[in-house]
Write a protein that binds this ligand. Structure first.
Ligand code: SAM
Length: 194
């Protein structure tokens, strides 16, 4: 019942809280307006200023919105843990070492309140998932909120589904959270690395 009332993004945050520990390194692969980044900073921040959140986006406008949100919502210690990066998430393995990241989170689709023609696309989402696989530590999680309602959304969802279905069962637990009576609602895909 608790899950039934919540949006996919809220369920995602609940799951992240069970996986992420203070001092962890995590990645927000689709920073957008910064709401997921903000939630992640709260999860990793501890007194001794360890922890790191890499937040990436290809739109400078998105990173500016995120920067304002973080500016008004975080203390100086917490702010110091965030790296806002204007880059494509398919290159995430170039900025962090292998097997060092606890969580890589994707919130696919377009920027809320922004240009609806700038969307995540299978041709970069798939290499980003491959990159995420390499930098994730054992016990880590790749989390995706996948939208099917916009043009291109369904194809991207299929790409994610195929990627997840093919991960070796000995090393990965892959599941999805989907509203059966709301076929156009976003789908939460969770890929746990053993
Ligand atoms: N999580 C965000 C929030 O809390 O506001 C919302 C993310 S929004 C649904 C998707 C974002 O992905 C957009 O801001 C878009 O610019 C970004 N994006 C699209 N393609 C990308 C890529 N190849 N690499 C990184 N970000 C990308």
């Amino acid at each position: 019942y608790v899950f039934g009332k919540k949006k996919a993004t809220e369920v995602a945050h609940l799951v992240w809280k069970h996986v992420v520990q203070k001092g962890d390194t995590v990645i927000d692969a689709t920073c957008g307006n910064g709401y997921d980044t903000l939630a992640m900073v709260k999860m990793v921040a501890d007194e001794s200023a360890r922890g790191c959140v890499y937040a990436m986006d290809i739109q400078n406008g998105a990173l500016e919105n995120a920067s304002s949100l973080l500016e008004e919502s975080l203390n100086p210690n917490e702010k110091g843990l965030v790296k806002l990066l204007p880059m494509c998430h398919s290159k995430m393995d170039k900025v962090v070492p292998e097997a060092s990241v606890r969580l890589v989170a994707f919130n696919l689709g377009y920027l809320p309140g922004g240009d609806k023609t700038i969307i995540t696309k299978p041709e970069t989402t798939l290499p980003a998932l491959e990159a995420a696989k390499g930098i994730l530590m054992p016990g880590g999680l790749i989390s995706l909120v996948v939208y099917v309602g916009h043009p291109g959304g369904w194809a991207e969802s299929e790409t994610v589904h195929t990627f997840a279905s093919e991960l070796p069962v000995d090393n990965w637990v892959c599941c999805k959270f989907q509203m059966l009576n709301r076929p156009w609602a976003p789908i939460l895909v969770l890929l746990f690395k053993r």
